[in-house]
Design a binder for this molecule. Structure first.
Ligand code: UD1
Length: 416
């Protein structure tokens, strides 16, 4: 198990460049399975554990992945059907995307239940609903799922609630279906749009990108392409949070999309000074910090991924505030860890109330990726030494986070 040791209290200043978005990269990597015999050149692929794991899964299917300077070359010439190994699939939630991609390419997929961050039940009924609508058979036995179809046929899929994963899988399978598929109540997250734009660059016909109704005209033969993955707004918000809690000034460089608005709005409300420019966003937090009320919601709402981090920010305001979690009812396991560092938190149903707190160093455990990022933010704001255990989970989603924070003036040491 790896650890991070943080000596808090330093004011962080300077510039940091964000990496490619994890949540866009993973579906795009699995989508390459749909491309018969060609080459994809991907730019801005984040160097994180989940990406490396995805490459290993692709290689098991005979797909070659090579790094050439700042590009990844993915060649699907020798792709063939093989059941993916349970150990790899079990480690990563995004392996659910194998369902849509393998069903589309090979007409069949057999998977153990996918793993990933643990914040309560993570159902896949909507993924299966989409496949069945397209004419597939889904069988669930113990912890395994088999989805198969001789032919997929376009259809109308109406999701009762917004699901990023089910929308991605519906798009992937619809690409291989004959005729038009209409996906109603589709997720509008920018990473879903990025996947659709990638597929369009490969020859797919998709319209309604960025809206809640996606139309996929299936059956087009896909080809390779060159594509740059969007920058990571969650990573951007993580560095802005670091500036906020240390009363520093950080410019986060990257190309950000409209989803950024829901992320910076609470920061404005908390009293941060924010400057949005063409090449990035600068936050400085010198003056008073005010509490606010935040509600997580599907895009264009405030992203659930930032809930644990913004709870830390609220603890450092003059009057505290609250976060209401509307996506993952059990995404509160981080709170116990923050309490060990002096955070005054109280959970009532789906809401967590953060009272003004003085944070101090502690011995804590990263229980999931974003919970771990929240502990880093808390450690930077604390007086004294914080030791975070289980930091492999943080490396699943953040490229070189220790180096990037140290370059901004943080005192962090990584231990394997
Ligand atoms: C969700 C978040 C995404 C975040 C990720 C990791 C949303 C809409 N999605 O994506 O932003 O990056 O977690 O934190 O904010 N659900 C079902 N049946 C299904 C699938 C999902 O009931 O088959 C429910 C889930 O229990 C959850 C909601 O739908 O309450 C959203 O889940 P979904 O978007 O599918 O999860 P992820 O794709 O992991």
């Amino acid at each position: 198990m790896s650890e991070m040791v943080i000596f808090g209290g330093n004011r962080l200043c300077g510039e940091v460049k964000v990496s490619g978005a994890k949540n866009a990269a993973l579906p795009i990597l699995f989508a390459t399975i749909l491309i018969p015999k060609d080459r994809v050149l991907l730019k801005n692929v984040p160097e994180i554990r989940d990406v490396q794991l995805s490459f290993s899964i692709l290689r098991e299917l005979g797909i070659s992945v090579k790094k050439k300077q700042n590009l990844y070359e993915i060649s699907t010439d020798l792709a063939c059907f093989r059941p993916p190994s349970p150990s790899m699939v079990g480690e990563m939630r995004a392996s659910t995307y194998l369902m849509g991609a393998m069903l589309g390419r090979f007409g069949r997929v057999e998977l153990p239940m996918p793993g990933g961050c643990d914040f309560g039940t993570r159902p896949i009924d909507l993924h299966l609903l989409a496949f069945e609508k397209l004419g597939a058979r889904c069988e669930r036995e113990d912890d395994r799922i088999t989805v198969s179809a001789e032919r997929l046929r376009g259809s109308t899929i109406v999701f009762p609630i917004v699901s990023v994963g089910a929308t991605v899988n519906a798009v992937l399978a619809a690409i291989a279906a004959e005729g038009e598929t209409v996906i109603v109540n589709a997720a509008r997250e920018t990473h879903v749009s990025d996947l659709c734009r990638f597929l369009r660059a490969c020859g797919a016909e998709i319209s309604g990108i960025g809206t809640s109704v996606l139309r996929v005209c299936g059956g087009k033969k896909l080809h390779g392409c060159g594509y740059r993955i969007i920058d990571d707004v969650i990573e951007m918000a993580t560095y802005l949070s670091a500036a906020f809690v240390t009363r520093g000034e950080i410019k986060v460089k990257g190309q950000f999309d409209p989803s950024m608005e829901s992320i910076v709005q609470p920061l404005y409300e908390m009293g941060a000074l924010i400057r949005e420019e063409d090449d990035g966003v600068t936050l400085s937090a010198g003056g008073k910090r005010f509490g606010t009320e935040i509600r997580t919601a599907p895009s264009p709402g405030f992203p659930t991924d930032l809930h644990p981090l913004y709870t830390v920010l609220l603890c450092l305001t003059e009057n505290g505030g609250s976060v209401e979690e509307n996506i993952w009812q059990e995404r509160f396991r981080y709170a116990v860890q923050l309490q060990k560092m002096g955070a005054s938190l109280r959970r009532v149903g789906t809401k967590i109330y953060a009272a003004p707190s003085t944070l101090y160093g502690g011995n804590v455990v990263a229980v999931d990726l974003r919970a771990g990022a929240a502990l880093i933010i808390a450690g930077l704001a604390s007086c004294g030494k914080t030791v975070i255990h289980n930091t492999e989970l943080i490396e699943r989603g953040y490229e070189s986070i220790t180096d990037k924070l140290c370059a901004l003036g943080a005192d962090i040491e990584k231990r394997q």
